[in-house]
Design a protein around this ligand. Sequence first.
Ligand SMILES: *Cc1c(COP(=O)(O)O)cnc(C)c1O
Length: 483
Amino acid sequence: MKHSHSATEHNDGYSSLYRQIPSLHDLLLTPRFAALLETEPRTATIAATRIVLSRLKQEIGEGRHTPASLASALACVHATVADQIAQASRYSLRRVINATGVLLHTNLGRAPLSASALAHILETACGYCNLEFDLDSGERSRRDVHAEELLLQVLRPQGKEIIAQSALVVNNCAAATFLALNALAEGGEVIVSRGELVEIGGGFRIPEILAKSGAILREVGTTNRTRLSDYEDAISPATRLILRVHQSNFSMEGFIEKPALNDLVSLGKRCEVPVFDDQGTGLITSLEHHGIRSEPTLLHSVRVGADLIAASGDKLLGGPQCGILTGRADLVERIRKHSLYRAFRVDKLTYAALEATLMEYAMDKSSAIPVQRMLHASAEDIFRRCQWICEQVSSDHLVAEAVPVQSVIGGGTAPTARLQSAAVSLGHPTLPPLTLLLALRRFEPPVIGRIHEGQVLLDLRTVEPEFDTTLVLLLRTIDLSQA
Ligand SMILES: *Cc1c(COP(=O)(O)O)cnc(C)c1O
């Protein structure tokens, strides 16, 4: 049969290609591999060579090689193996350059840490530390102490002495919310406005968290309007908490109403029901001078007297991933005694980073915190940096132009707010935007941009200026890497 004949011919072609592939043993004896083995460990080299050879065989099997293409692949097989070794020794978790303009990008690790946070991590984690050890008494102590004092100091409203406040730290704000609900409201009712039954991202849904915590959700009001009287009418002997949830990642406009936090607090005081504010962002200083009025601060929640407040450590606070619970000492103490606190507690790295971040606020040096610096960077300065980069990288192969853009804060913060910013807009004569974006991600370090109206944009608000030169060097290689 003609068909099977040609198939055999085909297979014969393949087997002659297969025969071109040297054995591992022979390869290792070649001068180039001998040179490779002088710098690379033998086991890693052998493992990488096996992978490269089997990949070649697979490519032959898939009909992807001609004698010529195979010959050129074999001519540089030592280089391919060297790449493979480099890849195998690369960490999975890597530093990237965030040029998306999204300040708190959950997929990119949210807030970058300040230099002093990193130094404090290094200093305390490379040896032993007094995590749960009192240096005065020589006895065991609580790990909470490392953040509590500073937190209370940073959050103390000016001119107002708030007594009997306490704070503790858990793994993230989701854990803080769950723990507080479970410790304070299990078996009882928690009153929440229907406008605040939100999903925060990664499947963190308030009604589900409430159900899991063993508390009973008592919804009040409607999606768009909830009045103080709705809360008041729902209070009963079964009520354990009034929960206020920051809407974080969405906003409503139009016919809306909800009571101010201080009105809820007054109601709670009158009815002896604690008010728990899931504040979320951990924002310390107001964003008003960025024209963002809608974003409440953590200080505001403390000032108006919320009984308990939960916030994230790695959003606008600019610290490590953690959840902060602060408020009335008796409530915090009940949470601290709860058996799940042990499961949600954070490690010494987190305390070190959080303590150093809080210290920056306490010492009035919040501009040392990257998120704060990025928030405050002026659009003009960012534009000038973009212009400089464009001058350095524009060529026949790369069209680079500084353009005004708008950055967002991200991380569920002020979802409608925009910060005026600037970007390097990139175009390539042959690479379509998606391919260009991929080429940027293949850089070392990877550069994460975005596409807007068919243009690849690198928003420099989220790129620390010390990376501008790195960006230039990387962008200049774009054409080489595609050659
Ligand atoms: C972000 C956010 C959370 C979740 O915080 P994580 O630290 O990511 O767990 C919870 N509540 C609110 C209001 C938030 O904005």
